[in-house]
Design a binder for this molecule. Structure first.
Ligand code: BG6
Length: 497
């Protein structure tokens, strides 16, 4: 049964940033609009620029009207806005945290937030240590008897294993693991959550879910968007750090894990950890053969010309940052031995689509599967977004007197089956944090293991001489040819999306 979200004050560090505008406040508004908000919640945005509560409310209203999942209803916004406050402070100013503590105490009395505090770090990661230390100095990391204090940390969680360990050390020095919620918004997506249900609430898949029956797995996260206004950040990250280290490896964990013994957060996370641990680490010389990196050149998206990555704002004109990665990887464990896992992620691809496809081994070459007509593999496709759902490709006889076989699809669509839109990932995750349920958040050890897989690739790319090639692809194409060659070498091809 799901834990119940509790009354609390949510303090957002980075109250005026992009994430707060686009995701956090709209998500909180939608929680309120769906009637899911605990009886007393106060949201306190904290940032440096002086502003009144009313000014902040007006700014957030504009953002919510622009980015909300559902249209904003005035009466609901008005109620929600009354619980929205602004606290002006520099992240490094100790007095600001004392003022914050005073304000939160007052809100406990006035709004009934019961001493519960949820601190959301939506600021730049280089500020996290300062915030943690100042929360500690103001005594805000420890809750009163019967209350709780929790911290939600946005990605990126470090930029390599060393920095992730350091960040874990800093956070753990002031907050326990139980208090720490490392966000990976892909885990909050409805279909990502459905992976476990599909696998473990149905009896037909699990017996086949292994190397004996599965030929290969593909995971794709394609986006039509470029780097937009995030060139500064993206230059320090690239697709491998931005998407693979976190979102895609998390999806792989959900697909690849063994059944947990129960649904407790740590039982699930223990199993996920084993998946990342069994990922085969690449040696420097293997990176060239198993990983393809690409960067988009100029091209067209939806019929409109778009610039090359190197011509985007705040991007180095000689940038070596990858906007596309394709990988061939293996999980060295009993279940998945010898099953290749192909992953690709890219910006400025022709279509936005995130999907996991599980390709089953072919039927034996007797009866219908003779050399003259090789029939296709069964493929179970889990569509994470858009058009959330699951489909199974199978073979069927074409009606008529001849014995012709064609592939058909059994298809489940969330939209038509349940007739209602799924909540946004951030809505679910914020509610879980208010309820004290960390299942859909990454644990410190998972994050570190994921970096241990990523680091050798980044290192191989960063050598000065004879580094693996950075391929280019025109915006609006499906990525560099080298990624197709990676598949062709194995006699396979990427699934058409
Ligand atoms: C973010 C990445 O974490 O996820 C972005 O930083 C990416 O680069 C985004 O565009 C994709 O998320 P979604 O939910 O839009 O698929």
């Amino acid at each position: 049964m799901r834990a119940v979200p509790q009354p609390c004050a949510i303090v957002i560090f980075g109250a005026t940033g992009d994430l707060t505008h686009r995701k956090l406040i709209p998500a909180l508004y939608n929680i309120a609009a769906d009637g899911e908000m605990p009886p007393a919640v106060a949201v306190v945005g904290l940032a440096r620029r002086p502003k009144t509560d009313d000014e902040y409310r007006a700014e957030m209203e504009e953002a919510t009207r622009k980015f909300s999942r559902q249209p904003v209803r005035d009466e609901i916004w008005d109620g929600f806005a009354r619980s929205l406050f602004y606290q002006c402070s520099d992240f490094g100013d100790e007095a600001g945290y004392r003022a914050l503590a005073g304000r939160l105490d007052k809100l406990d009395e006035e709004s009934g937030t019961r001493g519960n505090r949820l601190f959301y770090f939506a600021a730049s990661p280089d500020q996290f240590e300062t915030i943690v230390e100042n929360l500690n100095k103001a005594g805000l990391n420890k809750a009163r008897q019967g209350s709780w204090a929790r911290v939600i940390i946005e990605k990126p969680f470090g930029r390599d294993l060393r920095s992730a360990r350091e960040l874990n050390r800093v956070v753990r020095s002031r907050f326990s693991e139980d208090q720490t919620y490392r966000i990976d918004h892909f885990l909050g997506k409805e279909t990502a959550q459905n992976i476990l249900v599909l696998r473990f609430a149905n009896a037909i898949f699990e017996p086949l879910w292994n190397t004996r029956y599965i030929d290969q797995i593909q995971i794709t996260a394609a986006e039509t968007l470029g780097v937009e206004n995030r060139g500064g950040y993206y230059e320090t990250a690239g697709a491998l750090r931005d998407m693979v280290q976190n979102h895609l490896l998390q999806l792989l964990c959900l697909v690849g894990m063994d059944p947990p013994t129960d649904l407790r957060a740590d039982s699930i996370r223990d199993e996920k950890l084993k998946v990342v641990r069994s990922l085969r680490r690449f040696k420097a010389e293997e990176v060239r053969t198993h990983v393809v990196r690409g960067q988009y050149g100029a091209g067209t998206i939806n019929g409109k010309p778009v610039p090359a990555y190197r011509d985007e704002e705040r991007v180095d004109p000689n940038s070596q940052t990858e906007t596309y990665v394709a990988l061939r990887m293996w999980l060295d464990n009993w279940r998945w031995a010898d099953v290749p896992i192909y992953m690709r992620v890219g910006k400025r691809l022709p279509k936005s689509s995130t999907e996991i496809s599980v390709h089953f081994k072919r039927a034996p070459q007797v009866l219908f599967n003779r050399e003259t007509e090789t029939i296709e593999q069964n493929v179970l496709a889990i569509r994470i977004q858009p058009d959330e759902g699951v489909s199974l490709r199978m073979q069927a006889k074409v009606p008529g007197t001849s014995f012709r076989i064609e592939s058909v699809k059994m298809d489940f669509h969330y939209g038509t089956s349940f007739g209602k839109a799924s909540p946004e990932a951030y809505e679910r995750l914020l509610l879980d944090a208010m309820a004290g349920d960390p299942t859909l958040f990454a644990r410190g050890d998972e994050v570190e293991e994921a970096w241990a897989f990523i680091d050798p690739i980044e290192e191989a790319w960063s050598v000065k001489e004879n580094a693996p090639k950075l391929c280019t692809y025109p915006a609006g194409s499906w990525g560099p040819e080298e990624a197709d060659e990676l598949m062709a070498r194995d006699g396979r091809s990427w699934r058409r999306l």
